[in-house]
Structures are given as C-alpha cells and as structure tokens.
Design a binder for this molecule. Sequence first.
Ligand code: TRP
Length: 334
Amino acid sequence: MKNEKRIVLTGDRPTGPLHLGHYVGSLQSRITLQDTADQYVMIADLQALTDYAKESDFVRKNVFQVALDYLAVGIDPQKTVIFIQSLIPPLTELTLYYLNLVTWNRLKHNPTVKQEIVHKGFGEGVPAGFMVYPICQAADITAFKATCVPVGEDQLPMIEQTNEIVRAFNRTYKKDVLVEAEAFLSRAARLPGIDGSPKMSKTLNNAIYLSDTSDQVKKKVQKMYSDPRHLRVEDPGRVEGNPLFYYLDAFGKETSKIEQLKEHYRRGGLGDGVVKKHLLEVLIDFLEPIQKRRALFEKDPEGVMDILRSGSAKALEKASSTLSEVRSAMGLTY
Ligand code: TRP
C-alpha cells in the first residue's frame, strides 16, 4: 500500500449540530487527511432515521446544520467529497446483501449498539433498523473501498464488523472485491463532557457545540466539573482526569502557560475560577473563526446545497462502480 493514496470515508448522523467532542474525535483528523488522501465525508441521514424515523423533518434540518459545521471547521469541498447518504441508493442495496453475511447473534453483541440501546432507553422496543446500522456502516465504508476511517474510539467495533463482512464477502463469492479498512484514531480520541462523564454527547446533554454563542460557552464553562476534591483554593488539585485541563490541552495553544497553570493547580493556591477564565478565552479563540465562517455559509443555503449535490454526484459514481463489482461477483448479472 506504500505509494497508494489512502481512501478515507467517515460521517456523522445529522441529529444535532456538532460539538467539541466531534472536533477532537474526528473533524480534526479529517482536516488533516484531506490534504493527502481521497476523502469522502458523509452526512448519514439514513442512519439518523434508524432512531428518528418519526422526526424526518428534524433530520432534514440537521443535514444542513452538519454541512455548515463541516464547512465552518475547514472541511474543504475542493479537497473532500461531502455528500448526503440518502442520495446514494447503492448503499442501501449493499446493506441488503451484507445482512445475509452477519448473524443476528453477532449484531446483538456489538458493544456500541448495546450501549446506545441502554442510553436511548430502547429496551426490547429497539427498531430493527437500529440493530442493523453497523451493517449499513459497513456498506458506507466498503462502497468507497475506504482504507482509512477516522472515528472516535466508540466506533471501533464498527470497523471490526466491517472487516468481518469484507472477509466474509470475498471468501463467499471467491473474489477480492471488497477492501479492509483501518481505524484512524486521533491523539485524544474522546473528550469528556462538561459534567465530567467520559464522553461528550448530545444525548447526555453535556456538550459544547461548535455553534454555541460566547454566552452559552461561558455558562457551560462556569458550571464545568473539575476535581471534586478541590474544595478550597489553597488545596492541591488534580490535573489528571480533570476536564478543565483536558480541554485546555485539546484546544489551548500556549503550552507553557498551560503547564504553569497545571503546576500551580497541583501545588494548591489556584482556584477553578482562574482556570475557567483562561479556558473560556481559549475556547472563544478557537470557536470565533469557525463561527465567522459558519455565518457566511449560513447566508448562502443554496450554495451549501450545491456543494452537497455535487459531492453526492461524485459519491454516487464511486459507490455504483463498487456495487456493480459486487453484483457481478455474486452472479447477479441478468
Ligand atoms: N456512526 C456514525 C455516527 O454515529 C456515522 C457514520 C455512518 C459513519 N456511517 C459511517 C462513520 C461510516 C464512519 C464511517 O456519527
């Protein structure tokens, strides 16, 4: 694979605007990868419908919000193919073929899906479409013959499932049509929530959004969790596992200032208020240019839709070509 260009496929469900956790977990990698790889970034509206079937209007609105977030952070449509999943019918057809190569038992034990079922409170009422979404995801990845998938840590089981399907397909139909993919984890694969829980997520209501106003960011930083045992200013505090410092490391640029704050915090005598004040500055510095770009694109919805339509046309071409290889390997050539 040495001299071959990497093919990258990733995406997000349009169920809300993107937050800092998305940035650290995957957006950052995409911005880097687009300079060296063939990159496809998908707005996974079909996947969003697996748990928002009755709110298709909400999903539709968020397709636009996620597109704005992508463009605002610097995913560049000249370098990256940005597309809408539902505009690519070959993905659904591939899903149907792959469903026959995976056991129900295997699906039930997918750790990400299991956790989500608990979080979303589905119980036995989980939609069948939700249970099989890892297979749709395998279709997404393999349709583009992606070799590299930049995702958050929680999506690792999806890559594993994808590669199992790739091997099963190539073995069953005796042809090396599909290609295995590798996960690409960022340095900080998971950003804690403002409530200190290990993962920032919309469902847990502990996220700072890329589109939050300075005022909203301020309120969130003020109530952020820190070291629960750091009660008085003079007490020594813990830096490790403290979300305040985690965020500073992830978004701060002045490393020496951050190191100073850490040292002072550990020693005692540094209040959370001072750290939060610096963190707020860091976050606003980080978010400001993103929000300026977001506002520009927001004023031009037709321009944004044109980007998505032309990306989708390119994506359709690539996915259709894989689909015809798949059909021909399966002997579906009537
Ligand atoms: N599951 C991803 C999310 O929850 C979205 C997604 C759909 C995806 N298909 C994908 C990510 C393929 C990576 C590769 O946001």
